[in-house]
Design a binder for this molecule. Structure first.
Ligand SMILES: *Cc1c(COP(=O)(O)O)cnc(C)c1O
Length: 480
């Protein structure tokens, strides 16, 4: 038996490379990362015509490992090359992502030490570190210190946590769902729809509220809808406002919505996944006034704080509400119960074992301080405004509303032929070209182009290049 154990041990020990082997691995990985980062500005932001990663199947998982070189080669050709490169400064589509380098180092340290960040007893420091970050966000939003929050994997899960908390706090039982009504605009992010469905609320009523010419919620229409639904014997219980819609970056009238929510006793949730961190800069703070009034809010560090994908936050003003909706206990957890001085992620979210996400946020904030984040966010707003003015100087372009934050909508109106078809061709050409990446949407039945500025690597030169490329592609698509 001992022989067998020793035999197994010899094999199992391969899982722990020695110090020298570790250094070699790390050196090769950082060489790869440096190559990636140093080539970023000149690399295409969209690469078409590859095998879309199909060659991954040529090296399946097998009994024996490959070396790090072969593994990095596979990552390069099959993963990092095909299609969209969101780390690029020239990524201006959807809502751009980030990828702060110190976050990668924070992830590295979190993975190496592997603290159990879900439970206070196991890792009080890790729990406090995340709570401290959430408290910092609460201050930004204007919530009291008695709030609670959670660093989730992204905005969608944060949204789900908020909606489940609202459902539990408002006591919406299965028997009530048929009468319960939720209020949003049609501009709300589709993760709200998803969360409503996953939370078992698909059969609840949803009353779409019209938007104004800036695609912001019409607060008067909201109040009318609530009154009308009450008169019809329904139960209005939840209103969801957007602090920066994904579509056009519009901020709903946050204070007016609050007045109505209070008057009619609704839970007030704000989706600030894209926009809420703009509160760090002066211009953003003006537009976002009233966020503090809500009962819950989500905000995505992997958007507005430029983190790599994998971190979205939810804050709930009354910590009891978040706790009541998410805590649970079990016999095998009995050792962990007593000494908690702070609520931990496992009390406040669906997760037990979790990625120690705090470190990837804390490390860049500690290394850089907050000031460069403020500047970068102010810069993104300015760049969007700059584009908004400059694009109108190119003959034939028309714009949507003046940007509340950092999304601009626009389209080219050709002298003849279908405007929608022209803009579809235009965006195809731009994506194929690969120097910049923009995306599109539908507004009032029109196919419109979007420019979303949020990558921390995007600066003036990218916007100027975008203006040049747009002018150039209009000429080639239109044959002028
Ligand atoms: C991105 C986004 C979401 C969803 O967040 P994920 O982090 O992508 O899951 C929700 N709402 C808005 C307004 C967003 O921009």
């Amino acid at each position: 038996m001992i022989d067998h154990i020793k035999q197994l041990e010899a094999m199992a020990r391969q899982l722990e490379p020695d110090a020298q082997a570790r250094q070699q691995l790390l050196a090769q990985v950082t060489t790869y990362a440096e190559h990636f980062l140093q080539g970023l500005a000149d690399a295409p932001v969209f690469v078409s015509g590859t095998d879309n990663g199909r060659s991954l199947y040529d090296s399946p998982i097998s009994e024996t490992g490959t070396g790090i070189e072969a593994a990095l080669q596979t990552i390069q050709t099959s993963v990092d090359r095909p299609n969209l490169n969101p780390a690029s400064p020239h990524f201006l589509g959807y809502i751009p992502g980030g990828g702060l380098y110190p976050s990668a180092l924070g992830d590295y340290l979190a993975a190496v030490s592997n603290r159990f960040a879900g439970v206070y007893y196991a890792a009080p420091g890790a729990v406090r570190l995340e709570n401290m970050l959430l408290q910092w966000m609460a201050e930004l939003v204007g919530y009291p210190a008695t709030m609670a929050g959670n660093l989730a994997s992204g905005g969608s899960i944060a949204q789900l946590i908020a909606i489940v908390t609202a459902r539990e706090t408002c006591g919406i039982q299965p028997a009530d769902i048929g009468r319960a009504v939720i209020y949003t605009t049609e501009q709300v992010h589709h993760s709200v729809e998803k969360a409503i469905r996953i939370a078992g609320l698909a059969t609840a009523g949803q009353h779409p509220i019209p938007t104004d010419s800036h695609y912001r919620m019409d607060a008067t229409a909201l109040e009318q809808a609530i009154i009308q639904d009450k008169q019809a014997g329904l139960r209005p219980w939840l209103v969801i406002a957007s602090a920066g819609t994904t579509n056009v970056g519009a901020v709903d009238p946050l204070t007016a919505v609050d007045d109505i929510a209070r008057q009619h006793n609704l839970w007030y949730h704000i989706d600030g996944a894209y926009g809420a961190f703009f509160v760090l800069c002066e211009e953003g703070r003006k537009v976002l006034a009233g966020m503090d009034k809500s009962d819950s809010i989500i905000m995505d560090p992997h958007k507005g704080l430029f983190l790599p994908y994998g971190t979205g936050a939810v804050l709930v003003k009354n910590r009891q509400h978040l706790y009541q909706a998410h805590h649970a206990s079990a016999d095998y957890m009995q050792d962990t119960l007593d000494m908690a001085e702070e609520l931990a992620p496992s009390d406040l979210s669906p997760e037990l074992t979790k990625h120690f996400r705090g470190l990837r946020l804390w490390l860049p904030l500690k290394l850089f301080g907050v000031a460069p984040f403020r500047a970068a966010l102010a810069e993104k707003i300015e760049l969007a405004r700059y584009f908004y003015h400059k694009i109108q100087e190119i003959d034939g372009f028309e714009v949507g509303p003046y940007p509340d934050l950092s999304v601009v909508t626009y389209r080219y109106v050709p002298p003849r032929g279908s405007t929608n078809a022209f803009n579809q061709r235009l965006i195809q050409e731009i994506v194929r070209d690969g120097r910049i990446f923009i995306s599109s949407t539908q507004l009032n039945g029109n196919f419109v182009l979007r420019l979303a500025v949020l990558n921390f690597r995007t600066h003036l030169e990218t916007i100027d290049m975008t203006l040049e490329i747009l002018a150039e592609k209009v000429r080639s698509v239109g044959g002028y």
